[in-house]
Write a protein that binds this ligand. Structure first.
Ligand SMILES: NC(=O)c1ccc[n+]([C@@H]2O[C@H](COP(=O)([O-])OP(=O)(O)OC[C@H]3O[C@@H](n4cnc5c(N)ncnc54)[C@H](O)[C@@H]3O)[C@@H](O)[C@H]2O)c1
Ligand SMILES: [Zn+2]
Ligand SMILES: [Zn+2]
Length: 363
């Protein structure tokens, strides 16, 4: 029997989100229904609401979630009712070009639920990143459910489902930060701070946080930044060179997704360094760089989707490190809010008031 639950919907470009009745079908073959316990508010949800991702309104927002599997469809063997899971948006297919090469972290054909969740009038919803988790129950593909240790509270664990994983992975997977290296992270929101925590985990000895907001820089220090630069009033590239013997960093991570910031990251790295773009630009943004600089500096310019993570490998690993006190997941949670508060949480995110607001479902 289908369930009627409450969820947060973006109906049209730029319009404030509304809490609506959502119809969640019983899981079909390969699908699972998850009772969402907590779901972080990510900048990407705001990108959806602004129409920056695509025009497939209405969206069911939310995608950084943890919860309990409450039903599974035919043929599901990887998860069972009662399992505690973090939802992921990389349910590897095993068959696409990337998977066949053994590069599962680039899977081009992520599994999602086949059935649609709808509004009460039958209008089909587009779930954000194929998840949709600002809702009491959500329907996903079973491969989108990654089991983790239930000792980790859902407010913290859910954050691995997107922003924190994207940031950590940008550092340890895409950027492949090594012990003793220097790293600069531009933009110290949830994603950038996770990149800082990831760089620390990987053993970087110089970690330079760059932001235009002093409060964010203070939080970045608590995550492991060894130096901070407010790029509103300082030349970030020069400051970073100053902290690295005049050379620039081994790895420069743009966690904003803006041409001016990308350019700073590009010029702030040492010869043969790596630039990683993990912030999401809007479709109208362009960048012009002297090709001789792209060539002459060597190294790599990479983008990082979801931190090139493999959820089955990386989520349980980060949860274990968290439970051992070696990864500061709790520090990302600034406030717990209810389903009715997502619009306010967007305002707080835009104004830099929070790292993460987390929607808690029984709040
Ligand atoms: N690649 C992925 O898989 C992935 C996953 C999740 C989020 N993202 C993207 O990552 C980006 C960051 O997300 P977030 O949740 O951390 O957002 P956020 O709003 O919390 O953080 C952005 C930070 O950038 C800072 N900033 C803004 N302009 C700046 C500038 N010119 N120079 C330096 N700092 C500046 C802000 O002060 C803020 O601290 C977004 O674009 C989001 O869509 C990407
Ligand atoms: Zn694949
Ligand atoms: Zn996200």
């Amino acid at each position: 029997m289908a369930h009627e639950v409450k969820g947060v919907v973006a109906r049209s470009k730029g319009a404030p989100v509304t809490v609506e009745t959502i119809i969640v079908p019983d899981p079909g073959p390969g699908e699972a229904v998850v009772d969402v316990q907590a779901c972080g508010v990510c900048a990407t949800d705001l990108h959806y609401r602004e129409g920056n991702i695509n025009d497939e309104f209405p969206f069911l927002l939310g995608h950084e979630a943890a919860g309990l599997v409450s039903a599974v469809g035919a043929g599901v063997t990887d998860v069972a009712v009662g399992d505690y899971v973090v939802l992921n948006w990389r349910a590897v297919c095993g068959e696409c070009r990337a998977c066949r090469k053994g590069e599962l972290q680039y899977c081009f054909n992520t599994h999602n639920a086949t059935q649609k969740m709808t509004l009460a009038d039958g209008t089909e919803l587009s779930p954000a990143l194929g998840i949709g988790a600002f809702v009491e129950k959500t329907l996903v593909h079973s491969g989108q459910c990654t089991k983790v240790d239930p000792a980790a509270p859902p407010t913290a664990a859910g954050l691995l489902g997107c922003g924190v994983m994207a940031g950590v992975g940008a550092a340890i997977n895409t950027g492949a930060v090594q012990r003793g290296e220097s790293v600069a992270v531009f933009g110290c929101g949830g994603v950038g701070d996770a990149a800082i925590a990831g760089a620390k985990l990987a053993g970087a000895t110089t970690i330079i946080a760059v932001d235009i907001d002093d409060r964010k820089l203070e939080w970045a220090r608590q995550m492991g930044a060894t130096h901070t630069v407010n790029s509103k009033n300082t030349d970030a590239v020069e400051a970073i060179k100053g902290h690295t013997g005049g050379f620039g960093v081994d790895v420069a991570i743009d966690a904003v997704g803006h041409p001016a910031v990308f350019e700073q990251a590009f010029y702030a790295r040492d010869l043969a360094g790596r630039v990683v773009l993990v912030g999401v630009p809007t479709p109208d943004m362009t960048i012009e760089l002297p090709l001789i600089e792209v060539f002459g500096r060597g190294g790599a310019v990479k983008s990082s989707w979801y931190g090139d993570c493999l959820p089955s490998r990386d989520f349980p690993m980060l949860i274990d490190l968290y439970l051992q006190g070696r990864f500061p997941l709790d520090q990302f949670v600034t406030e717990a809010v209810g389903l009715d508060d997502v619009e306010e949480a967007f305002d707080n995110l835009r104004q830099g008031e929070v790292l993460r607001s987390v929607v808690v479902l029984d709040k």
